[in-house]
Design a protein around this ligand. Structure first.
Ligand SMILES: Cc1cc2nc3c(=O)[nH]c(=O)nc-3n(C[C@H](O)[C@H](O)[C@H](O)COP(=O)(O)OP(=O)(O)OC[C@H]3O[C@@H](n4cnc5c(N)ncnc54)[C@H](O)[C@@H]3O)c2cc1C
Ligand SMILES: NC(=O)c1ccc[n+]([C@@H]2O[C@H](COP(=O)([O-])OP(=O)(O)OC[C@H]3O[C@@H](n4cnc5c(N)ncnc54)[C@H](OP(=O)(O)O)[C@@H]3O)[C@@H](O)[C@H]2O)c1
Ligand code: SF4
Ligand code: SF4
Length: 494
Protein backbone atom coordinates (compact mmCIF):
# COMPACT_ATOMS: atom_id res chain seq x y z
CA UNK A 1 0.00 0.00 0.00
CA UNK A 2 1.92 3.01 -1.29
CA UNK A 3 1.95 6.66 -0.33
CA UNK A 4 0.46 9.34 -2.62
CA UNK A 5 1.11 13.06 -3.14
CA UNK A 6 -2.00 15.21 -2.82
CA UNK A 7 -3.42 18.68 -3.39
CA UNK A 8 -1.09 20.75 -1.19
CA UNK A 9 2.08 19.82 -3.07
CA UNK A 10 3.95 23.02 -3.94
CA UNK A 11 6.63 21.29 -6.04
CA UNK A 12 9.57 22.19 -3.80
CA UNK A 13 11.07 18.71 -4.33
CA UNK A 14 12.08 18.30 -0.66
CA UNK A 15 10.78 14.72 -0.73
CA UNK A 16 12.93 13.55 -3.65
CA UNK A 17 16.27 13.15 -1.95
CA UNK A 18 14.90 11.19 1.02
CA UNK A 19 13.21 8.47 -1.05
CA UNK A 20 15.37 5.34 -0.82
CA UNK A 21 14.07 3.94 -4.12
CA UNK A 22 13.85 7.15 -6.20
CA UNK A 23 10.16 6.62 -6.92
CA UNK A 24 9.05 10.29 -6.81
CA UNK A 25 9.00 12.05 -10.18
CA UNK A 26 9.45 14.18 -12.18
CA UNK A 27 12.86 15.03 -10.75
CA UNK A 28 14.51 18.38 -11.58
CA UNK A 29 16.61 16.77 -14.32
CA UNK A 30 13.53 15.33 -16.08
CA UNK A 31 11.76 17.38 -18.78
CA UNK A 32 8.37 17.38 -17.00
CA UNK A 33 9.74 19.06 -13.87
CA UNK A 34 8.00 22.40 -13.31
CA UNK A 35 5.26 21.51 -15.81
CA UNK A 36 3.16 19.24 -13.59
CA UNK A 37 0.83 20.40 -10.81
CA UNK A 38 2.36 17.96 -8.35
CA UNK A 39 5.13 15.44 -8.06
CA UNK A 40 3.91 11.84 -8.19
CA UNK A 41 4.81 8.64 -6.34
CA UNK A 42 5.10 5.45 -8.39
CA UNK A 43 2.88 3.02 -6.41
CA UNK A 44 4.61 0.01 -7.97
CA UNK A 45 8.01 0.98 -6.56
CA UNK A 46 7.14 2.70 -3.28
CA UNK A 47 8.33 0.60 -0.33
CA UNK A 48 6.10 2.40 2.14
CA UNK A 49 8.87 3.78 4.32
CA UNK A 50 7.18 7.14 5.01
CA UNK A 51 10.39 9.19 4.73
CA UNK A 52 8.87 11.50 2.13
CA UNK A 53 5.85 12.27 4.32
CA UNK A 54 8.20 13.35 7.12
CA UNK A 55 10.19 15.56 4.74
CA UNK A 56 7.22 17.36 3.19
CA UNK A 57 6.86 20.88 4.65
CA UNK A 58 3.16 21.18 3.74
CA UNK A 59 1.79 17.73 4.69
CA UNK A 60 1.01 16.83 1.08
CA UNK A 61 1.98 13.13 1.32
CA UNK A 62 -0.39 10.55 2.76
CA UNK A 63 -0.55 6.78 2.90
CA UNK A 64 -3.05 5.71 0.23
CA UNK A 65 -5.07 3.74 2.78
CA UNK A 66 -5.56 6.98 4.79
CA UNK A 67 -6.74 9.18 1.92
CA UNK A 68 -10.12 10.76 2.64
CA UNK A 69 -12.89 10.04 0.09
CA UNK A 70 -12.29 13.42 -1.59
CA UNK A 71 -8.54 12.69 -1.77
CA UNK A 72 -8.99 9.21 -3.31
CA UNK A 73 -8.53 10.71 -6.78
CA UNK A 74 -4.88 11.39 -5.88
CA UNK A 75 -4.09 7.66 -5.65
CA UNK A 76 -5.34 7.44 -9.23
CA UNK A 77 -3.49 10.57 -10.38
CA UNK A 78 -0.18 9.39 -8.87
CA UNK A 79 -0.50 6.00 -10.58
CA UNK A 80 -1.74 7.60 -13.81
CA UNK A 81 1.48 9.61 -14.18
CA UNK A 82 3.44 6.35 -14.55
CA UNK A 83 0.91 4.49 -16.73
CA UNK A 84 2.45 5.19 -20.14
CA UNK A 85 5.70 6.68 -18.98
CA UNK A 86 8.81 4.58 -18.55
CA UNK A 87 10.59 6.09 -15.56
CA UNK A 88 14.18 5.37 -14.68
CA UNK A 89 14.34 4.70 -10.95
CA UNK A 90 18.12 4.48 -10.96
CA UNK A 91 19.84 7.30 -9.10
CA UNK A 92 21.74 9.82 -11.22
CA UNK A 93 25.40 10.59 -10.48
CA UNK A 94 25.74 12.52 -7.20
CA UNK A 95 26.75 16.17 -7.44
CA UNK A 96 29.12 17.88 -5.02
CA UNK A 97 30.01 21.52 -4.45
CA UNK A 98 33.21 22.58 -6.27
CA UNK A 99 36.32 21.38 -4.41
CA UNK A 100 37.64 24.94 -4.02
CA UNK A 101 34.44 26.28 -2.40
CA UNK A 102 36.65 27.68 0.39
CA UNK A 103 37.86 30.32 -2.10
CA UNK A 104 34.36 31.78 -2.46
CA UNK A 105 34.69 35.41 -1.42
CA UNK A 106 31.05 36.01 -0.50
CA UNK A 107 31.21 37.24 3.07
CA UNK A 108 28.29 39.69 3.12
CA UNK A 109 25.26 39.06 0.94
CA UNK A 110 22.08 41.16 0.84
CA UNK A 111 18.80 39.46 -0.08
CA UNK A 112 16.08 41.96 -0.97
CA UNK A 113 12.68 40.48 -0.13
CA UNK A 114 11.62 37.84 2.40
CA UNK A 115 9.21 35.79 0.26
CA UNK A 116 9.79 32.17 -0.81
CA UNK A 117 12.46 33.01 -3.41
CA UNK A 118 14.45 35.06 -0.88
CA UNK A 119 14.17 32.30 1.74
CA UNK A 120 15.31 29.52 -0.61
CA UNK A 121 18.22 31.72 -1.72
CA UNK A 122 19.34 32.39 1.84
CA UNK A 123 18.98 28.70 2.74
CA UNK A 124 21.28 27.71 -0.13
CA UNK A 125 23.80 30.45 0.72
CA UNK A 126 23.92 29.60 4.42
CA UNK A 127 24.35 25.92 3.59
CA UNK A 128 27.06 26.34 0.98
CA UNK A 129 29.10 29.33 2.18
CA UNK A 130 30.05 31.03 5.42
CA UNK A 131 28.47 34.31 4.23
CA UNK A 132 26.41 36.51 6.54
CA UNK A 133 23.01 37.24 4.98
CA UNK A 134 21.07 40.46 5.48
CA UNK A 135 17.40 40.37 4.47
CA UNK A 136 15.67 43.61 3.49
CA UNK A 137 11.91 43.92 3.17
CA UNK A 138 9.76 46.97 2.74
CA UNK A 139 7.06 45.36 4.88
CA UNK A 140 7.34 45.13 8.66
CA UNK A 141 6.48 41.40 8.59
CA UNK A 142 8.51 38.88 6.55
CA UNK A 143 7.15 36.15 4.27
CA UNK A 144 6.08 37.90 1.04
CA UNK A 145 3.16 36.14 -0.61
CA UNK A 146 3.60 33.09 1.65
CA UNK A 147 2.26 35.44 4.35
CA UNK A 148 0.15 37.96 2.38
CA UNK A 149 -0.92 35.87 -0.64
CA UNK A 150 -1.58 32.23 0.21
CA UNK A 151 -5.26 31.97 1.12
CA UNK A 152 -6.06 31.65 4.83
CA UNK A 153 -7.96 28.38 4.30
CA UNK A 154 -4.83 26.83 2.74
CA UNK A 155 -3.62 26.05 6.24
CA UNK A 156 -1.12 23.35 5.22
CA UNK A 157 0.49 25.57 2.59
CA UNK A 158 0.74 28.47 5.01
CA UNK A 159 2.77 26.14 7.26
CA UNK A 160 5.70 26.81 4.91
CA UNK A 161 5.91 30.12 6.81
CA UNK A 162 6.98 28.23 9.97
CA UNK A 163 9.69 26.57 7.92
CA UNK A 164 11.01 29.97 6.81
CA UNK A 165 10.71 31.55 10.27
CA UNK A 166 13.62 29.48 11.60
CA UNK A 167 15.77 31.07 8.89
CA UNK A 168 15.01 34.60 10.12
CA UNK A 169 16.59 33.82 13.52
CA UNK A 170 19.67 32.05 12.10
CA UNK A 171 22.90 33.26 13.74
CA UNK A 172 24.31 34.51 10.40
CA UNK A 173 21.12 36.33 9.39
CA UNK A 174 20.25 39.98 10.02
CA UNK A 175 16.71 41.24 9.38
CA UNK A 176 16.09 44.77 8.05
CA UNK A 177 12.32 44.99 7.93
CA UNK A 178 10.43 48.12 6.94
CA UNK A 179 13.33 49.14 4.66
CA UNK A 180 12.34 49.75 1.04
CA UNK A 181 15.17 49.37 -1.44
CA UNK A 182 14.95 52.24 -3.93
CA UNK A 183 13.47 54.54 -1.25
CA UNK A 184 15.24 54.06 2.11
CA UNK A 185 18.43 52.69 0.59
CA UNK A 186 19.57 52.76 -3.02
CA UNK A 187 20.64 49.91 -5.26
CA UNK A 188 24.01 51.63 -5.58
CA UNK A 189 24.48 51.79 -1.78
CA UNK A 190 23.69 48.09 -1.48
CA UNK A 191 26.16 47.14 -4.18
CA UNK A 192 28.88 49.17 -2.45
CA UNK A 193 28.18 47.59 0.92
CA UNK A 194 27.73 43.90 0.07
CA UNK A 195 29.77 41.35 -1.91
CA UNK A 196 26.58 40.39 -3.74
CA UNK A 197 22.94 41.47 -3.76
CA UNK A 198 20.10 39.12 -4.66
CA UNK A 199 16.84 40.76 -5.67
CA UNK A 200 13.79 38.66 -4.69
CA UNK A 201 11.28 41.49 -4.95
CA UNK A 202 8.42 39.56 -6.58
CA UNK A 203 5.79 41.20 -8.78
CA UNK A 204 3.60 43.85 -7.18
CA UNK A 205 1.38 45.21 -9.97
CA UNK A 206 -1.54 43.92 -12.04
CA UNK A 207 -1.13 42.84 -15.63
CA UNK A 208 -2.73 45.57 -17.77
CA UNK A 209 -6.29 44.78 -18.92
CA UNK A 210 -7.48 46.37 -22.20
CA UNK A 211 -11.08 47.44 -21.49
CA UNK A 212 -13.40 49.66 -23.52
CA UNK A 213 -14.57 51.44 -20.37
CA UNK A 214 -13.17 53.85 -17.86
CA UNK A 215 -14.48 51.86 -14.92
CA UNK A 216 -11.69 49.67 -13.63
CA UNK A 217 -12.39 46.38 -11.92
CA UNK A 218 -11.20 45.84 -8.37
CA UNK A 219 -7.79 44.18 -8.34
CA UNK A 220 -7.66 40.70 -6.85
CA UNK A 221 -4.50 42.01 -5.12
CA UNK A 222 -6.76 44.29 -3.08
CA UNK A 223 -9.10 41.45 -2.14
CA UNK A 224 -6.18 39.16 -1.26
CA UNK A 225 -4.43 41.89 0.77
CA UNK A 226 -7.73 42.59 2.53
CA UNK A 227 -8.36 39.02 3.64
CA UNK A 228 -4.70 38.29 4.53
CA UNK A 229 -4.34 41.54 6.53
CA UNK A 230 -1.64 43.13 4.31
CA UNK A 231 -0.36 46.27 6.10
CA UNK A 232 -0.94 48.47 3.01
CA UNK A 233 -4.58 47.38 2.44
CA UNK A 234 -7.05 49.14 4.75
CA UNK A 235 -9.93 47.27 6.39
CA UNK A 236 -12.47 49.22 4.31
CA UNK A 237 -10.75 48.54 0.96
CA UNK A 238 -13.43 45.94 0.14
CA UNK A 239 -17.09 46.70 0.71
CA UNK A 240 -19.39 43.73 0.20
CA UNK A 241 -22.56 45.54 1.27
CA UNK A 242 -25.24 44.99 -1.39
CA UNK A 243 -23.01 42.65 -3.40
CA UNK A 244 -24.74 39.44 -4.49
CA UNK A 245 -23.14 38.82 -7.90
CA UNK A 246 -19.41 38.84 -8.53
CA UNK A 247 -17.51 38.22 -11.75
CA UNK A 248 -13.82 37.33 -11.51
CA UNK A 249 -11.91 38.03 -14.74
CA UNK A 250 -9.24 35.38 -15.30
CA UNK A 251 -9.20 31.72 -14.35
CA UNK A 252 -5.80 31.22 -12.73
CA UNK A 253 -5.40 30.00 -9.15
CA UNK A 254 -5.74 33.53 -7.77
CA UNK A 255 -9.20 33.73 -9.38
CA UNK A 256 -10.08 30.40 -7.75
CA UNK A 257 -8.82 31.64 -4.36
CA UNK A 258 -11.04 34.73 -4.70
CA UNK A 259 -14.09 32.68 -5.72
CA UNK A 260 -13.55 30.15 -2.92
CA UNK A 261 -13.05 32.73 -0.15
CA UNK A 262 -16.00 34.90 -1.27
CA UNK A 263 -18.36 31.90 -1.16
CA UNK A 264 -16.83 30.04 1.81
CA UNK A 265 -19.11 29.10 4.69
CA UNK A 266 -17.79 31.33 7.46
CA UNK A 267 -17.08 28.31 9.70
CA UNK A 268 -14.43 27.23 7.14
CA UNK A 269 -12.58 30.49 7.83
CA UNK A 270 -12.92 30.79 11.62
CA UNK A 271 -9.63 29.80 13.29
CA UNK A 272 -7.58 30.49 10.17
CA UNK A 273 -5.17 33.41 9.64
CA UNK A 274 -7.89 35.49 7.91
CA UNK A 275 -7.97 39.15 8.96
CA UNK A 276 -10.61 40.02 11.55
CA UNK A 277 -12.19 42.67 9.28
CA UNK A 278 -12.54 40.22 6.37
CA UNK A 279 -14.02 37.55 8.60
CA UNK A 280 -16.59 40.03 9.94
CA UNK A 281 -17.53 41.22 6.44
CA UNK A 282 -17.77 37.68 5.05
CA UNK A 283 -19.95 36.64 7.99
CA UNK A 284 -22.52 39.28 6.92
CA UNK A 285 -21.94 38.90 3.19
CA UNK A 286 -24.87 38.36 0.80
CA UNK A 287 -22.66 37.13 -2.06
CA UNK A 288 -24.48 34.32 -3.88
CA UNK A 289 -23.08 33.97 -7.35
CA UNK A 290 -19.42 34.09 -8.37
CA UNK A 291 -18.62 33.68 -12.07
CA UNK A 292 -15.03 32.73 -12.94
CA UNK A 293 -14.42 34.05 -16.45
CA UNK A 294 -11.86 32.49 -18.81
CA UNK A 295 -11.16 34.16 -22.16
CA UNK A 296 -10.12 30.79 -23.63
CA UNK A 297 -11.44 27.23 -23.43
CA UNK A 298 -11.23 24.73 -20.56
CA UNK A 299 -8.47 22.75 -22.30
CA UNK A 300 -6.07 25.67 -21.56
CA UNK A 301 -7.49 26.83 -18.21
CA UNK A 302 -4.80 28.56 -16.16
CA UNK A 303 -5.80 27.08 -12.78
CA UNK A 304 -4.18 23.87 -11.56
CA UNK A 305 -6.07 20.59 -11.43
CA UNK A 306 -5.67 20.25 -7.68
CA UNK A 307 -7.22 23.68 -6.96
CA UNK A 308 -10.10 22.96 -9.36
CA UNK A 309 -10.62 19.54 -7.76
CA UNK A 310 -10.73 21.08 -4.28
CA UNK A 311 -13.42 23.53 -5.39
CA UNK A 312 -15.54 20.79 -6.96
CA UNK A 313 -15.12 18.58 -3.87
CA UNK A 314 -16.34 21.33 -1.52
CA UNK A 315 -19.87 20.03 -1.12
CA UNK A 316 -21.12 23.14 0.71
CA UNK A 317 -20.97 25.31 -2.43
CA UNK A 318 -22.03 23.90 -5.81
CA UNK A 319 -19.83 24.46 -8.85
CA UNK A 320 -21.45 24.74 -12.29
CA UNK A 321 -20.26 25.37 -15.85
CA UNK A 322 -21.97 27.77 -18.27
CA UNK A 323 -21.95 26.92 -21.96
CA UNK A 324 -23.42 24.78 -24.71
CA UNK A 325 -23.19 21.10 -25.69
CA UNK A 326 -19.91 21.70 -27.53
CA UNK A 327 -18.36 22.65 -24.22
CA UNK A 328 -19.67 19.46 -22.60
CA UNK A 329 -17.92 17.41 -25.27
CA UNK A 330 -14.67 19.36 -24.78
CA UNK A 331 -14.81 18.74 -21.03
CA UNK A 332 -15.68 15.07 -21.47
CA UNK A 333 -12.68 14.57 -23.78
CA UNK A 334 -10.12 16.02 -21.33
CA UNK A 335 -7.51 13.57 -19.98
CA UNK A 336 -7.64 12.73 -16.27
CA UNK A 337 -4.64 14.96 -15.54
CA UNK A 338 -6.05 18.08 -17.31
CA UNK A 339 -6.63 21.15 -15.12
CA UNK A 340 -10.33 21.36 -15.94
CA UNK A 341 -11.01 17.57 -15.85
CA UNK A 342 -12.90 17.83 -12.50
CA UNK A 343 -15.45 20.11 -14.24
CA UNK A 344 -16.56 17.33 -16.61
CA UNK A 345 -18.87 15.96 -13.92
CA UNK A 346 -20.47 19.20 -12.69
CA UNK A 347 -23.95 20.45 -13.72
CA UNK A 348 -24.55 23.11 -16.40
CA UNK A 349 -25.65 26.67 -15.55
CA UNK A 350 -27.09 29.69 -17.25
CA UNK A 351 -25.37 32.59 -15.52
CA UNK A 352 -28.17 34.99 -16.48
CA UNK A 353 -30.33 33.17 -13.94
CA UNK A 354 -29.41 33.50 -10.31
CA UNK A 355 -29.37 30.43 -8.15
CA UNK A 356 -32.06 29.69 -5.58
CA UNK A 357 -30.54 32.09 -3.05
CA UNK A 358 -27.82 29.66 -2.06
CA UNK A 359 -24.19 30.30 -3.00
CA UNK A 360 -22.65 28.91 -6.16
CA UNK A 361 -19.62 29.26 -8.42
CA UNK A 362 -20.08 29.28 -12.20
CA UNK A 363 -17.19 28.68 -14.60
CA UNK A 364 -17.63 30.49 -17.90
CA UNK A 365 -15.16 29.78 -20.72
CA UNK A 366 -14.36 31.40 -24.06
CA UNK A 367 -15.47 34.92 -23.17
CA UNK A 368 -13.15 37.93 -22.95
CA UNK A 369 -13.94 41.07 -20.92
CA UNK A 370 -14.91 44.14 -22.97
CA UNK A 371 -16.25 46.81 -20.60
CA UNK A 372 -17.32 47.22 -17.00
CA UNK A 373 -20.69 48.96 -16.65
CA UNK A 374 -22.73 49.72 -13.52
CA UNK A 375 -24.24 46.34 -12.57
CA UNK A 376 -22.66 44.31 -15.39
CA UNK A 377 -19.58 43.16 -17.26
CA UNK A 378 -19.77 43.06 -21.07
CA UNK A 379 -17.94 40.11 -22.59
CA UNK A 380 -17.11 39.02 -26.13
CA UNK A 381 -17.51 35.36 -27.03
CA UNK A 382 -14.92 33.25 -28.84
CA UNK A 383 -16.69 29.88 -28.96
CA UNK A 384 -18.05 28.14 -32.06
CA UNK A 385 -21.58 29.52 -31.51
CA UNK A 386 -20.82 32.99 -30.08
CA UNK A 387 -17.59 34.14 -31.75
CA UNK A 388 -17.47 37.96 -31.66
CA UNK A 389 -20.88 38.26 -29.98
CA UNK A 390 -21.00 40.74 -27.08
CA UNK A 391 -23.21 39.83 -24.11
CA UNK A 392 -23.49 40.93 -20.48
CA UNK A 393 -23.02 39.16 -17.20
CA UNK A 394 -24.74 40.89 -14.27
CA UNK A 395 -22.21 41.89 -11.62
CA UNK A 396 -22.28 44.07 -8.49
CA UNK A 397 -18.53 43.59 -8.18
CA UNK A 398 -15.99 42.85 -10.94
CA UNK A 399 -12.61 41.53 -9.84
CA UNK A 400 -9.50 41.39 -12.00
CA UNK A 401 -7.35 38.30 -11.38
CA UNK A 402 -5.37 38.38 -14.60
CA UNK A 403 -1.86 37.94 -13.25
CA UNK A 404 0.90 40.02 -11.73
CA UNK A 405 3.86 42.01 -13.07
CA UNK A 406 6.94 43.51 -11.44
CA UNK A 407 7.81 47.21 -11.07
CA UNK A 408 11.08 48.90 -12.00
CA UNK A 409 13.42 49.49 -9.06
CA UNK A 410 15.42 52.71 -9.46
CA UNK A 411 18.99 51.87 -10.45
CA UNK A 412 18.25 48.27 -11.46
CA UNK A 413 17.82 47.27 -15.15
CA UNK A 414 14.16 46.44 -15.90
CA UNK A 415 12.61 44.40 -18.69
CA UNK A 416 9.37 46.29 -19.34
CA UNK A 417 8.00 43.63 -21.73
CA UNK A 418 8.27 40.82 -19.20
CA UNK A 419 7.74 42.94 -16.09
CA UNK A 420 10.91 41.49 -14.50
CA UNK A 421 14.38 42.60 -13.48
CA UNK A 422 16.47 42.36 -16.66
CA UNK A 423 18.47 39.15 -16.33
CA UNK A 424 20.00 36.14 -18.02
CA UNK A 425 19.34 33.04 -15.93
CA UNK A 426 19.45 35.07 -12.72
CA UNK A 427 22.44 37.31 -13.46
CA UNK A 428 21.22 40.92 -13.66
CA UNK A 429 22.28 42.35 -17.03
CA UNK A 430 22.35 45.87 -18.48
CA UNK A 431 20.67 46.96 -21.72
CA UNK A 432 23.59 45.42 -23.68
CA UNK A 433 23.16 42.12 -21.82
CA UNK A 434 26.40 42.63 -19.90
CA UNK A 435 26.27 41.24 -16.34
CA UNK A 436 26.00 43.84 -13.58
CA UNK A 437 28.74 42.77 -11.13
CA UNK A 438 27.42 41.27 -7.90
CA UNK A 439 23.71 41.66 -8.80
CA UNK A 440 21.39 38.63 -9.07
CA UNK A 441 17.66 38.01 -9.19
CA UNK A 442 15.41 35.10 -8.16
CA UNK A 443 11.73 34.13 -8.04
CA UNK A 444 8.92 36.04 -9.70
CA UNK A 445 11.21 39.06 -10.24
CA UNK A 446 13.40 36.78 -12.39
CA UNK A 447 10.90 34.52 -14.23
CA UNK A 448 7.75 36.61 -14.19
CA UNK A 449 4.71 35.98 -11.98
CA UNK A 450 4.28 32.29 -12.53
CA UNK A 451 4.69 29.20 -10.40
CA UNK A 452 3.89 28.12 -6.86
CA UNK A 453 6.04 28.44 -3.76
CA UNK A 454 8.19 25.36 -4.41
CA UNK A 455 9.02 26.42 -7.98
CA UNK A 456 11.17 29.15 -6.47
CA UNK A 457 13.44 26.64 -4.72
CA UNK A 458 15.28 25.18 -7.69
CA UNK A 459 15.21 28.61 -9.32
CA UNK A 460 16.96 30.12 -6.28
CA UNK A 461 19.44 27.24 -6.02
CA UNK A 462 20.42 27.71 -9.67
CA UNK A 463 21.06 31.42 -9.13
CA UNK A 464 23.17 30.64 -6.04
CA UNK A 465 25.21 28.18 -8.15
CA UNK A 466 25.93 31.05 -10.58
CA UNK A 467 26.90 33.35 -7.71
CA UNK A 468 29.37 30.78 -6.41
CA UNK A 469 30.78 30.18 -9.88
CA UNK A 470 31.21 33.95 -10.44
CA UNK A 471 32.85 34.37 -7.07
CA UNK A 472 35.24 31.47 -7.72
CA UNK A 473 36.21 32.74 -11.14
CA UNK A 474 36.78 36.25 -9.75
CA UNK A 475 38.94 34.79 -6.97
CA UNK A 476 41.04 32.76 -9.41
CA UNK A 477 41.54 35.61 -11.91
CA UNK A 478 42.55 38.61 -9.84
CA UNK A 479 40.98 38.60 -6.39
CA UNK A 480 38.28 41.19 -5.89
CA UNK A 481 39.07 44.47 -4.15
CA UNK A 482 37.05 44.59 -0.97
CA UNK A 483 38.67 47.68 0.51
CA UNK A 484 36.39 50.65 0.86
CA UNK A 485 33.26 48.64 1.82
CA UNK A 486 31.63 49.94 4.95
CA UNK A 487 28.69 48.76 7.02
CA UNK A 488 25.71 50.74 5.76
CA UNK A 489 23.11 49.80 8.29
CA UNK A 490 25.11 50.49 11.41
CA UNK A 491 24.60 54.04 10.15
CA UNK A 492 21.15 54.32 8.63
CA UNK A 493 19.14 51.16 9.45
CA UNK A 494 15.81 51.58 11.17
C1 LIG B 1 -2.76 35.50 -4.14
C2 LIG B 1 -1.71 34.44 -4.28
C3 LIG B 1 -1.87 33.21 -3.64
C4 LIG B 1 -0.90 32.23 -3.80
N1 LIG B 1 -1.11 31.01 -3.20
C5 LIG B 1 -0.20 30.01 -3.40
C6 LIG B 1 -0.43 28.72 -2.82
O1 LIG B 1 -1.44 28.48 -2.14
N2 LIG B 1 0.51 27.75 -3.05
C7 LIG B 1 1.62 27.99 -3.80
O2 LIG B 1 2.44 27.07 -3.97
N3 LIG B 1 1.85 29.21 -4.37
C8 LIG B 1 0.96 30.21 -4.18
N4 LIG B 1 1.17 31.44 -4.77
C9 LIG B 1 2.42 31.66 -5.53
C10 LIG B 1 3.59 32.04 -4.57
O3 LIG B 1 3.10 32.92 -3.62
C11 LIG B 1 4.75 32.63 -5.38
O4 LIG B 1 5.32 31.58 -6.17
C12 LIG B 1 5.86 33.18 -4.48
O5 LIG B 1 5.38 33.96 -3.43
C13 LIG B 1 6.85 34.04 -5.31
O6 LIG B 1 7.92 34.31 -4.44
P1 LIG B 1 8.85 35.61 -4.53
O7 LIG B 1 9.75 35.50 -3.35
O8 LIG B 1 9.43 35.70 -5.89
O9 LIG B 1 7.88 36.87 -4.38
P2 LIG B 1 7.04 37.42 -3.14
O10 LIG B 1 6.50 36.31 -2.31
O11 LIG B 1 6.07 38.38 -3.71
O12 LIG B 1 8.10 38.22 -2.24
C14 LIG B 1 8.60 39.48 -2.64
C15 LIG B 1 9.06 40.23 -1.38
O13 LIG B 1 9.85 41.35 -1.76
C16 LIG B 1 9.48 42.46 -0.97
N5 LIG B 1 9.84 43.69 -1.72
C17 LIG B 1 9.36 44.06 -2.94
N6 LIG B 1 9.94 45.21 -3.34
C18 LIG B 1 10.82 45.56 -2.36
C19 LIG B 1 11.72 46.65 -2.19
N7 LIG B 1 11.85 47.61 -3.12
N8 LIG B 1 12.46 46.70 -1.05
C20 LIG B 1 12.35 45.75 -0.10
N9 LIG B 1 11.50 44.69 -0.21
C21 LIG B 1 10.76 44.60 -1.32
C22 LIG B 1 7.99 42.28 -0.77
O14 LIG B 1 7.51 43.03 0.34
C23 LIG B 1 7.91 40.77 -0.55
O15 LIG B 1 8.09 40.43 0.81
C24 LIG B 1 0.24 32.45 -4.61
C25 LIG B 1 0.40 33.69 -5.25
C26 LIG B 1 -0.57 34.67 -5.09
C27 LIG B 1 -0.40 35.98 -5.80
N1 LIG C 1 -1.44 26.64 -5.64
C1 LIG C 1 -2.18 27.68 -5.37
O1 LIG C 1 -3.12 27.55 -4.65
C2 LIG C 1 -1.91 29.03 -6.00
C3 LIG C 1 -2.74 30.09 -5.64
C4 LIG C 1 -2.55 31.32 -6.27
C5 LIG C 1 -1.56 31.47 -7.23
N2 LIG C 1 -0.76 30.41 -7.52
C6 LIG C 1 0.23 30.52 -8.62
O2 LIG C 1 0.63 31.86 -8.80
C7 LIG C 1 0.80 32.13 -10.21
C8 LIG C 1 0.00 33.36 -10.61
O3 LIG C 1 -1.40 33.05 -10.56
P1 LIG C 1 -2.47 34.03 -11.23
O4 LIG C 1 -3.80 33.43 -11.07
O5 LIG C 1 -2.24 35.42 -10.73
O6 LIG C 1 -2.00 34.12 -12.75
P2 LIG C 1 -2.17 33.13 -14.01
O7 LIG C 1 -2.12 31.71 -13.60
O8 LIG C 1 -1.19 33.62 -14.99
O9 LIG C 1 -3.66 33.42 -14.55
C9 LIG C 1 -3.98 34.64 -15.13
C10 LIG C 1 -5.35 34.54 -15.77
O10 LIG C 1 -5.68 35.82 -16.30
C11 LIG C 1 -6.10 35.67 -17.65
N3 LIG C 1 -5.84 36.87 -18.41
C12 LIG C 1 -4.66 37.50 -18.64
N4 LIG C 1 -4.85 38.59 -19.40
C13 LIG C 1 -6.17 38.64 -19.67
C14 LIG C 1 -6.99 39.53 -20.42
N5 LIG C 1 -6.47 40.60 -21.04
N6 LIG C 1 -8.31 39.27 -20.51
C15 LIG C 1 -8.83 38.19 -19.88
N7 LIG C 1 -8.13 37.32 -19.15
C16 LIG C 1 -6.81 37.55 -19.05
C17 LIG C 1 -5.30 34.48 -18.16
O11 LIG C 1 -5.91 33.97 -19.32
P3 LIG C 1 -5.04 33.20 -20.43
O12 LIG C 1 -4.71 31.87 -19.81
O13 LIG C 1 -5.96 33.13 -21.57
O14 LIG C 1 -3.82 34.05 -20.67
C18 LIG C 1 -5.42 33.55 -16.94
O15 LIG C 1 -6.66 32.92 -16.92
C19 LIG C 1 0.37 30.88 -10.94
O16 LIG C 1 1.49 30.09 -11.28
C20 LIG C 1 -0.48 30.16 -9.92
O17 LIG C 1 -0.55 28.75 -10.10
C21 LIG C 1 -0.91 29.19 -6.94
S1 SF4 D 1 7.06 6.17 1.24
FE1 SF4 D 1 9.31 5.87 1.07
S2 SF4 D 1 9.54 4.64 -0.78
FE2 SF4 D 1 7.46 5.49 -0.86
S3 SF4 D 1 7.70 7.37 -2.03
FE3 SF4 D 1 7.90 7.92 0.12
S4 SF4 D 1 10.11 7.89 0.52
FE4 SF4 D 1 9.75 6.76 -1.42
S1 SF4 E 1 5.39 19.88 -1.34
FE1 SF4 E 1 7.51 19.31 -1.76
S2 SF4 E 1 8.01 17.70 -0.28
FE2 SF4 E 1 5.75 17.89 -0.36
S3 SF4 E 1 5.10 16.40 -1.89
FE3 SF4 E 1 5.35 18.30 -2.99
S4 SF4 E 1 7.42 18.28 -3.77
FE4 SF4 E 1 7.31 16.68 -2.19
Amino acid sequence: MAFAITQNCCNDASCLSVCPVNCIHPTPDEPDFGKTDLLYIDPRSCIDCGACADACPVDAITRVSRLSPSQAIYAELNADYYRDRPVDHAWGAPTFPPADIGSVSLKRVAVVGTGPAACYTATALLRQTDAAVTFFDKLPVPGGLARYGVAPDHTSTRRIGEHFRSLFVHSRVTMRLGVEVGVDVTVEELSRTFDAVVYAVGADRDRQLPLESEVVPMSARTLVGWYTGHPDVPADAVNLRGVTRVVVIGNGNVALDAARILTAPVEDLVGTDISAHALAALRDSAVQDVTVLGRRGPEVAAFTRSECQALVDRTSVPVLVAGDDDLSSVLAALPLSASAAPLASVPRADEAETGDGARRIVFSFGRAPVAVRPGALDVRGSGASDAGVVSSIPADLVLQATGYRGSALPGLPFDADRGTVRNVEGRVVDSDDRPVAGAYVVGWAKRGATGGIGDNKLDAERTVELMLADSLSAATSSGRATAGRRPLFGRTGR
